[in-house]
Write a protein that binds this ligand. Structure first.
Ligand code: NAD
Length: 341
């Protein structure tokens, strides 16, 4: 199959075959924490969908995986409607993609602000599970998964068992009356190995990787199971709040840390996109030195008024991009789909 001479007819048949396959992988990954294929293979299937949609926009279905976030929450959990949606991130697979993303931001800001070099914040992309934590008068009152972005699962009782997540904000600053904190629950590699050893000894099924272990441990109906799992947390952003909102994302990160929330120490603010690109590519090797999995680097335009101007597409903000690391080992993607044309 060649992309260059792909006919509409073949594209349509391939598209209609790919959509249910990608959705099935989404369901395994997001709903059941039990993926069948590595992320790198999934990303290639997803990119194939994106390429077909870019070439033949009329084929795009409203329920296309490219237009959605995650998967619907499980019925077993009480549902929580997010006051503001939790979106996904657009991907960049190499330095060129990052530069293209930045050039699009520059173009989007040129008219309104005339700023040709907007600063960016680079953060490690922690490979875990997104959660939204609501603090009311400084107390943790609600925790939810991202779910389909609009509605997540209420996992408050489970999150309360994670020691790294403060039940009360106790930092140097007084917290606002209501504030949503966003971040990633994950499992350290060393803890993951120890947990799998324990599960094997108890004749239970070990987890495939730390991300699945974190997601599977957090999304338990019995919080006492979660309590026995070694989960960690890093915050990376703020949702709706009735407190004052600083002008920049970097100030939000400083503020979140000042409330006593765990913050990954490796985030950096860059005035120069080439320095940010070097940061991204540098972490491809450096990630092996960490005791937790990262699957990329997230770049975010620092100023909030710039973010607002750039806005979002259906399922991701335009002001951020995820630089995804190449797969560790070379894998061959077998797209085993019968296309009848
Ligand atoms: P994403 O992982 O590409 O990006 C969004 C998420 O990044 C956020 O929800 C948040 O959880 C996380 N994140 C981590 N650190 C962050 C930071 N510093 N700032 C902001 N966000 C941060 O988007 P997605 O929609 O959750 O999932 C796509 C990913 O899931 C891809 O990597 C894909 O390969 C994988 N996936 C794999 C399968 C499979 O079958 N193997 C199926 C579906 C999805």
């Amino acid at each position: 199959l060649s992309w260059d001479n792909l006919t509409r007819e073949t594209a349509e048949a391939l598209y209609e075959a790919l959509v249910p396959v990608v959705r099935a992988h989404d369901e395994r990954y997001y709903r059941h924490d039990d993926p069948l294929i590595p992320d790198s293979e999934y990303d290639r299937l997803f990119q194939a969908l994106q390429r077909i949609e870019a070439r033949f926009p009329a084929l795009q279905r409203d329920d296309s995986p490219t237009q959605r976030v995650g998967f619907d929450p499980l019925d077993a959990f009480e549902k929580h409607t997010h006051p503001e949606p939790l979106l996904s991130l657009s991907n960049a697979f190499d330095a060129g993609d990052v530069r293209e993303w930045y050039a699009r931001c520059q173009r989007g800001l040129a008219d309104a602000f005339g700023d040709t070099t907007p600063a960016v914040v680079a953060e490690l992309k922690i490979d875990g599970l997104a959660v939204a934590l609501t603090y009311t008068d400084g107390e943790l009152t609600l925790a939810a998964t991202r779910g389909n972005g609009e509605q997540g699962e209420n996992i408050t009782r489970n999150v309360r068992t994670i020691r790294r997540i403060p039940l009360a904000l106790n930092g140097e600053h007084e917290a606002p009356a209501s504030m949503e904190v966003r971040g990633e629950v994950f499992m350290r590699k060393s803890e993951f190995e120890a947990l799998n050893d324990r599960l094997r000894n108890e004749d239970e099924q070990p987890f495939a990787n730390p991300r699945n272990a974190a997601a599977g441990s957090l999304r338990q109906l019995d919080p006492s199971v979660t309590a026995r799992r070694p989960l960690s947390f890093f915050t990376y952003g703020q949702g709706p709040t009735n407190g004052p909102v600083p002008d920049t994302h970097s100030t939000v990160l400083e503020q979140l840390e000042s409330y006593g929330l765990p913050m990954n120490p490796h985030w950096t603010r860059f005035d120069d996109i080439e320095a940010a690109v070097d940061f991204c590519t540098g972490w491809v090797e450096q990630r092996e030195s960490l005791d937790y999995e990262i699957d990329g680097v997230v770049l975010k335009i620092d100023r909030h008024d710039y973010q607002e101007e750039l806005g979002a597409i259906a399922n991701a903000p335009r002001w951020a991009v995820a630089f995804k690391f190449p797969a560790r080992e070379a894998t061959t993607t077998l797209i085993d789909i019968e296309v009848n044309v």
